[in-house]
Design a protein around this ligand. Structure first.
Ligand code: ATP
Length: 313
């Protein structure tokens, strides 16, 4: 997940030290989430002109090998096929290294499929302009990058020209407004590297507020793996629900609570989708999902027990 953003950070930091105008923020935002290593087709069309409904995502027998992978290594994705209809929540679960993040990368064509096709709004992503794909997608990942700038500026580049009232409404829906208000300088608090250090959960909610401001039809959600206490988990979950509402959401779920409500859950193992269904049908099937769920339940019980123990000091 950090891999997604790291190569661009150094570049952005330099640029931002020189100039922090709104226009620059807006421009950088286009490149923040994506590494555009891909050449666009000369006759590429905009997502708006694609034949299918915006928000439909399809993988057709997608195979993928990372460019720098060893030649004899097994492909990272092998024959991945699924469809997400507009507004649906499709979740991916599975062991670490199975290929879940890679599926999210391929959706907005951050990497090119080695075989098969990825379709966005009914059109092969290779025939779409990169800019229109970027405009149609919002990301909430484990690594939320904040510029060394005020919270207001960090939010506003998701919606250049957005009013203070709009920023605040998004932050309320993302359950972060009260936190920002509690700072002495409120929305003018400088965050980022040398500024105020927001917690992981707070940064994630800023990312959610950005998605609400950008209002894209598609949300790619890579949920945080780190254990949250029950209260934080509920606060973040509510914010995620707000962000997913009315959007096609592809999520990598680490917490059972997110998965339960998904329209479809795909279980990924070693680059393949090995099971698909809803929480209840997959539990009943007694396969890998049921195993993972049992493991999670056990570890969340342990976490709860630890949290309810009186602290030693
Ligand atoms: P996790 O739950 O741990 O995040 P994941 O299911 O999201 O795992 P991916 O991040 O998609 O898994 O990784 C799938 C496989 O691809 C892993 O074996 C990983 O090491 C490999 N991989 C990921 N990124 C690259 C890369 N840039 N170059 C080569 N191999 C990579």
């Amino acid at each position: 997940q950090a891999r997604l953003l790291m190569p661009l950070m150094g570049l952005m930091r330099v640029a931002l030290d020189v100039q922090t105008s709104e226009a620059l923020f807006a421009r950088i935002f286009e490149y923040l989430d994506f590494v555009p290593a891909i050449r666009e087709a000369p006759d590429a069309i905009s997502v708006d002109a694609a034949p299918g409904p915006i928000g439909r995502i399809e993988f057709r027998d997608v195979t993928f090998r990372y460019p720098d992978a060893a030649a004899d290594a097994r492909p990272t994705l092998r024959g991945v096929t699924f469809t997400a209809d507009p507004g649906q929540h499709v979740a991916f679960v599975g062991p670490s290294g199975a290929g879940k993040t890679t599926i999210l990368y391929l959706t907005p064509r951050m990497y090119e499929a080695s075989g098969g096709a990825v379709l966005f709004a009914g059109e092969d992503v290779r025939q779409l302009t990169q800019e229109s794909i970027i405009d149609a997608v919002g990301i909430v990942s484990q690594e939320t990058y904040l510029f060394h700038a005020t919270i207001r500026e960090n939010l506003r580049y998701a919606k250049p020209g957005g009013s203070d009232a709009e920023l605040e409404a998004a932050c309320r829906a993302a359950n972060i407004h009260h936190v920002i208000e509690s700072f002495e300088e409120g929305y003018d608090t400088v965050v980022g590297e040398r500024g105020y250090r927001l917690s992981g959960g707070e940064k994630q909610r800023i990312a959610i507020a950005r998605v609400l401001l950008k209002d894209p039809p598609v949300l790619l959600l890579d949920e945080a793996t780190s254990a949250l206490d029950t209260v934080s988990e509920r606060v973040v979950q509510e914010a995620l629900d707000a962000a997913a509402r009315g959007r096609t959401t592809l999520s990598i779920a680490h917490r059972l609570s997110t998965v339960i409500a998904a329209d479809v859950i795909h279980v990924v193992e070693a680059g393949r989708i090995v099971e698909s269904g809803t929480h209840s049908t997959l539990l009943a099937a007694g396969g890998l999902y049921a195993e993972l769920a049992a493991e999670q339940l056990a570890s969340s019980r342990i976490l709860e027990a630890e949290q309810s123990e009186p602290s030693a000091d």
